[in-house]
Design a protein around this ligand. Sequence first.
Ligand SMILES: Cc1ncc(COP(=O)(O)O)c(C=O)c1O
Length: 367
Amino acid sequence: MAAGLMSMGYAGAASGSAASLAPSYLPKKDRYARLTSNENPFGPSPSAKKALKAAIDDSFLYPREYRQTLIELIAKEEGVSEDHILLGAGSSELLHAAARVYGGAKGKVLSADPTYTSLIRSAEMMGSEWIKIPLDKNFDHDLSTMEYKVKPGVSLVYLVNPNNPTGKIMTGEEIIGFCNTVSSKVPVFVDEAYWDYMENPKGSTTTACIKEGANVIVARTFSKVHAFAGLRVGYCIAQPEVIKELAKEGPRNTLSGPSMSAATASLVDYDFIKYSVKMNNEGKKFVYDVLEKTGHDYFPSHTNFILFPIAMDYADFKKKMLDNGVGIKSMNVGGQDYCRVSMGKMEDLEMFAGAFQKVIGTTINKS
Ligand SMILES: Cc1ncc(COP(=O)(O)O)c(C=O)c1O
């Protein structure tokens, strides 16, 4: 399979120079391994790039038809009518729209902690309160406490599945059960940015609840498996009356024709999706091996990043990795320091492995 895909031209999918994307304050290095932001260096797919280029000539037109075609295709793929879909320039725009609709001065957003905080920060900026429910000792969502804490006044529950920064999942059964119960009291927003990397995406998505009429909002992005982080395309699926509310507060024709045309091609490029997932799995296997051989625990990941505990101050660790040309994210949760490393091309992961051994002062015995 891989050889076939390689010969289809996927191997050279990303031609941009990662070195040129290094933070400007870094000393000039030959190569910078950008493993900070959960991007996918194996794309965009050749089919997406072809559609992108072909649409450039139409750039003088308002992109109505491109939008309509993409919405029709998403609706067909998701098995809902078109009025259940709202497009955004990346899912960030839709997270922000939800913060405007459900946040505000009287808003209370309930979520796990730690999780992805873009929606929460937007809501806080508008005066909302964040009700944080710590992940349990295994770093899983504490769904029973979350459900118990949904009291009058909570205006939105926000779930990220798989979660960022842990890479862990709630199973379809757990999250669908939670959404069906809780959404009768308060809207539940489920951010499925890393959905495509799950083993059973179709059995894990909460769009099933939306189809049954529940007040659930699902956000998806093209930034991850489709490798569109710079092209900015996302969408959400929700009840038509919710879509209308989000549209009032949210994106107004912010997506370009070429981006939407490329997304239309990429959405149904199932071979490319498989290829991206496969390359990501190979990267994870490599990093797991490095972590095991250096005596580190890690959270097996259902995403394109891995979180693992480190025995060093997180800020110091990040700086030392950067000094060795490797960008990662690091954090402290409950007194424990962690590194979150995004998957990249094998040469980036090899740089990570080299820098990591240097920084922690351990060398893997290759024999
Ligand atoms: C959970 C989660 N949601 C949303 C986003 C934002 O993605 P987008 O590029 O679609 O704005 C990210 C980006 O890393 C993410 O991790």
